[in-house]
Design a protein around this ligand. Structure first.
Ligand SMILES: [Zn+2]
Length: 331
């Protein structure tokens, strides 16, 4: 029996994050087992390969299947990749020099299963487009708002990666040409203005100035270490002036980028996801209103929706990416 005759039942999706690595065994559109392990922070890349293989093994074991039944492995990686050559380039939140590191090849050698890497937010985009808020849509733009801001484009029914595999960095679109410095080196990127980190520093600056705000009441145990965007969301819903100012300025910056994406791409939907948007319905409503006000082109649809799959989007998307790439190789 050659490999193309074999009936594979499952595929594996891995979400390699800065703090944890999650592996899921996927059958069709379902994650049938999920295992997590902390990400080593010692800067040793081989240790990370070892941990990825450990967590893949434990998820496969828990799924009541075996390695031989796996068609492909996809790994979502938190950073810039050379998608064409399947190499890691820059992983800003994981210690170590990752430039040129063939993570997929290393994992493939351990399991003898075709393995492919993809940027983590592109994986989330693929997951939401295929099985989540974008199911049935041909064109999607996704923005993930967490510590930073990631993005992804799904156009004409496939993940769009651009000429060099780098397309989709929505967080680094410039909103304010003389705005705050971004980690990427540019000024006024969306990430520098509207990420979880940016919202938290807006809160910190105001609280430290001693303005009259109720946000201080929502800071867990009164510790600045516990400061996070939910402090502003909670205080804003109680009518706090400064919290509302933060939500307005942040939703305004997001609305500029979303309006531009809608005008440029005419997508079925723009999907918003990420940890910052948990319990942020009011914030999302403000973004929707501002986008409707800004877009003046005669477009039939302006649809903004929250992602539906949560953590599983990245697992499903990485698994599908592995499957798509292996199918290409099998041709
Ligand atoms: Zn930037």
């Amino acid at each position: 029996m050659n490999s193309s005759d074999k009936i594979y039942r499952v595929k594996v999706g891995v979400d390699f994050g800065a703090s944890k690595i999650i592996s899921g065994v996927v059958v069709k559109d379902k994650v049938i087992s999920l295992k997590k392990i902390p990400t080593p922070r010692n800067g040793n890349k081989e240790d990370i390969v070892k941990k990825i293989s450990e967590v893949i093994n434990s998820s496969v074991k828990a799924s009541d299947t075996d390695i031989d039944s796996i068609y492909s492995i996809g790994i979502g990686v938190p950073g810039s990749l050379d998608h064409k050559r399947q190499l890691c380039m820059l992983l800003p939140n994981v210690p170590g020099n990752w430039k040129g590191f063939p993570l997929g090849v290393k994992v493939e050698k351990l399991f003898s299963v075709p393995t492919f890497i993809v940027n983590d937010v592109r994986a989330i985009t693929l997951g939401e487009a295929k099985f989540g808020a974008g199911a049935g849509c041909k064109n999607i733009a996704l923005i993930a708002i967490g510590t930073g801001i990631g993005g992804g484009l799904y156009l004409d029914g496939r993940l769009y990666l651009g000429s060099d595999g780098a397309a989709g960095e929505i967080g680094h679109l410039i909103v304010d040409k003389s705005g705050s410095a971004c980690g990427c080196g540019a000024l006024g990127c969306l990430e520098a203005l509207a990420s979880g980190t940016a919202i938290t520093s807006k809160i910190f600056r105001l609280v430290k100035q001693g303005v009259n705000t109720d946000m201080t009441k929502f800071i867990e145990k009164g510790s600045y270490d516990k400061l996070n965007p939910s402090v502003a969301f909670k205080a804003a819903s109680c009518g706090d002036y400064y919290a509302n100012w933060i939500l307005n300025s942040t939703s305004d910056d997001l609305s500029v980028v979303i309006s531009n994406l809608i005008t440029l791409l005419n997508p079925d939907k723009v999907i918003l996801t990420g940890g910052v948007l948990k319990d942020a319905e009011e914030f999302i409503s403000r973004i929707k209103v501002k986008v409707s006000d800004r877009v003046k082109m005669p477009l039939n649809r302006i649809v903004i929706e929250k992602g539906k799959l949560g953590q599983k989007a990245g697992i499903l998307g990485a698994a599908v990416w592995g499957e798509i790439m292996r199918k290409k190789e099998d041709l």
